[in-house]
Design a protein around this ligand. Structure first.
Ligand code: ATP
Length: 458
C-alpha cells in the first residue's frame, strides 16, 4: 500500500516521530519538531552517514563549523547576489509562487524554466494562461527576485549591529577551513571533509511535509581532488551514494539518477546529478551531487586574500583542488526511509499489521521489554529493562494486552521484543520475538545481550 503524505503525517504524529512546530500556539507554518522516536531515527541516519562518509572512510575527515560565518563568505560565493528565486504573488488569493515551479507544475515537468530570464518566465505564464494552483485565479504581480538567505543582526546595540546570515548550506564552513584541516589532519589529495549541521533557507514555497522546510539539516561532503581527475571521483561518489542507499534498505526501484544537461549546469559546475527518490507526489530530489571545479576555493582565495592552494608533495606543483560535493538533506532521507519501510502486512486471512520494516541500525528503538502480566512480572521485567539499557535503545511497555504491544512495536519498527512471563521467574529465561518473521525463541537471560548484539548486527 502506498501512503499519502497526510497518512504519513498522521502516523508520525500518532507514534511520536514528528509533531507540528509550536503546536500549542496554533503552530508555525512549515516547522516540524521531532519527537522521541523521530530524534532517535534522525540520529541513527546521521550516525550511519557519518560512519560511511567520515569516521570509517579512509579518505575523509569531519568538522563542525559555525552556522554564522563572516558575511564576506556569502559575497564571495555569490549567494548575496545570486541565491535568489523568482517570486510571483497571486493577486486574487495572495498565494506566493516560484515562477519556475508554476511552469513546471502546469506542464507536468515537461518544460524546465531553470535558467530562463524573468521576462521569459513571465511571458510563458501569461501566454499559456497558467492559473494559480491555489485559487484558480489568473492575476499575478510581476516577478520579483527573492533572496533565500535568512538575514539577522549580530551585536548588542543598534549602532554596533551588523547584518549577518544564517548559512544556507554547510559546505562553505568546510571551504573556509580547508587550510586548517589540511594542516592538522596531514591529509594528502584526494581527501574529503564531511559535515552535518543545520542550514536555513527562506523558501518561497515550503511544503510536502518535511521535504521542503526553512530550517533543515544537511550531510555534506566536500571531496578535494587534483584537477583532471574530477570526473573519475564524481562517478565514484555517485556509486557510493547509490550503494549507501541500498545498504540502508532503500529499494532501488524507488531511486533514480537525473544527470543535468551540460547546457543547464550552474556556471561553476562541470557535472551535476540529482539522486531522485519516489516520493508520494513523484520522483524528486533527495541528494545533489555536483562537481564544483575550484569555484569555491578560488572565490574565497580572492575575497580573503589568503592563499588556499595545495602543494603537491610529489611534484611540488601548487594548485587549487577541484571539488566533488555530495549533499544530502537529513529530513529528505528521513521521509524516504519512512515511505520505503512502512507497510500494511496481511498476516493471516483476517488480520493485518502496520509494519515499519526499517533497517535494524536505523530503528529508533532496538528492543522493547514487556511484562506479560503487569501485576506479577513487572519487577523482573524492570530488571531486564535495566540490563538491556546498558547496550541498546530500549523501551518498556506494560500497557494493554501483549498482542497490542507487539503491534505497536511492529508499527514503529522495533526489531526485538522481550517478554517476561511466569517461566522467567522460575528459570530466568525470556521470549524474544523478531519483528519481520514474528518468530519467537526462548533464551536464558545471561545470553540475552550477546544474542541481541549479534542479531542487530546482521
Ligand atoms: P531543491 O531543488 O529541491 O530546492 P536544491 O537543488 O536547492 O534543492 P541543494 O542546494 O543541492 O538543493 O541542497 C542539497 C540538499 O539539501 C538537497 O538535495 C536536499 O536534500 C537538501 N535541501 C535543500 N533545500 C532543502 C529544504 N528547503 N528543505 C529540506 N532539505 C533541503
Amino acid at each position: 500500500m502506498k501512503y499519502t503524505l497526510e497518512q504519513l503525517f498522521a502516523y508520525s504524529k500518532q507514534y511520536g516521530f514528528i509533531f507540528q512546530g509550536s503546536e500549542i500556539y496554533g503552530g508555525l507554518a512549515n516547522t516540524w519538531d521531532f519527537g522521541p522516536l523521530g530524534v532517535s531515527l534522525k540520529n541513527n541516519i546521521k550516525k550511519i552517514w557519518w560512519e560511511e562518509f567520515v569516521s570509517k572512510n579512509k579518505y575523509n575527515v569531519g568538522i563542525d563549523s559555525s552556522i554564522l560565518l563572516n558575511p564576506k563568505t556569502w559575497e564571495a560565493t555569490g549567494h548575496v547576489s545570486g541565491f535568489k528565486d523568482p517570486l510571483m504573488d497571486c493577486k486574487v488569493c495572495k498565494a506566493r509562487h516560484r515562477a519556475d515551479n508554476l511552469i513546471a507544475r502546469a506542464t507536468n515537468n515537461e518544460v524546465d524554466a531553470d535558467g530562463w530570464d524573468y521576462q521569459q518566465m513571465h511571458d510563458y505564464i501569461i501566454e499559456n494562461k497558467i492559473k494559480c494552483p491555489n485559487c484558480g485565479g489568473f492575476d499575478y504581480t510581476p516577478i520579483r527576485e527573492f533572496n533565500l538567505m535568512f538575514k539577522t543582526q549580530q551585536g548588542v546595540t543598534t549602532e554596533s549591529t551588523s547584518d549577518i546570515y544564517l548559512r544556507p548550506e554547510t559546505a562553505q564552513g568546510i571551504f573556509l577551513n580547508f587550510k586548517n584541516v589540511l594542516r592538522t589532519s596531514r591529509k594528502k589529495l584526494p581527501f574529503g571533509i564531511g559535515q552535518i549541521g543545520k542550514s536555513f533557507r527562506n523558501e518561497i514555497t515550503p511544503g510536502n511535509f518535511i521535504f521542503r522546510v526553512r530550517e533543515f539539516e544537511q550531510m555534506e561532503l566536500e571531496f578535494f581532488c587534483k584537477p583532471g581527475t574530477e570526473f573519475e571521483w564524481f562517478d565514484y561518489w555517485k556509486q557510493f551514494a547509490a550503494d549507501f542507499l541500498t545498504n540502508i534498505g532503500i529499494k532501488s526501484e524507488n531511486v533514480k539518477f537525473y544527470d543535468h544537461l551540460k547546457e543547464k549546469l550552474s556556471f561553476y559546475s562541470n557535472a551535476t546529478t540529482d539522486v531522485l527518490y519516489r516520493y508520494p507526489w513523484g520522483f524528486d530530489e533527495l541528494w545533489g551531487i555536483a562537481s564544483r571545479t575550484n569555484y569555491d576555493l578560488s572565490r574565497h582565495q580572492e575575497y580573503s586574500g589568503q592563499k588556499l592552494e595545495y602543494q603537491d608533495p610529489q611534484t611540488n606543483e601548487s594548485y587549487l583542488p577541484y571539488v566533488i560535493e555530495p549533499s544530502l538533506g537529513v529530513e529528505r532521507l528521513f521521509l524516504a526511509v519512512l515511505i520505503d519501510s512502512l507497510e500494511e502486512e496481511q498476516i493471516n486471512e483476517t488480520e493485518t499489521r502496520t509494519l515499519l520494516r526499517i533497517d535494524k541500525r536505523l530503528a529508533p528503538i532496538k528492543v522493547s521489554v514487556f511484562p506479560l502480566v503487569k501485576k506479577y512480572h513487572s519487577a523482573k521485567a524492570e530488571e531486564v529493562y535495566e540490563l538491556l539499557l546498558t547496550d541498546f535503545e530500549v523501551s518498556y511497555d506494560d500497557t494493554g494486552n501483549i498482542g497490542k504491544r507487539y503491534r505497536r512495536a511492529d508499527a514503529i519498527g522495533t526489531p526485538y521484543c522481550v517478554t517476561i512471563d511466569q517461566q522467567t521467574l522460575e528459570d530466568n529465561t525470556v521470549t524474544v520475538r523478531e519483528r519481520d518473521s514474528m518468530e519467537q525463541v526462548r533464551l536464558s537471560l545471561s545470553k540475552l545481550n550477546e544474542y541481541l548484539n549479534k542479531e542487530l548486527k546482521k
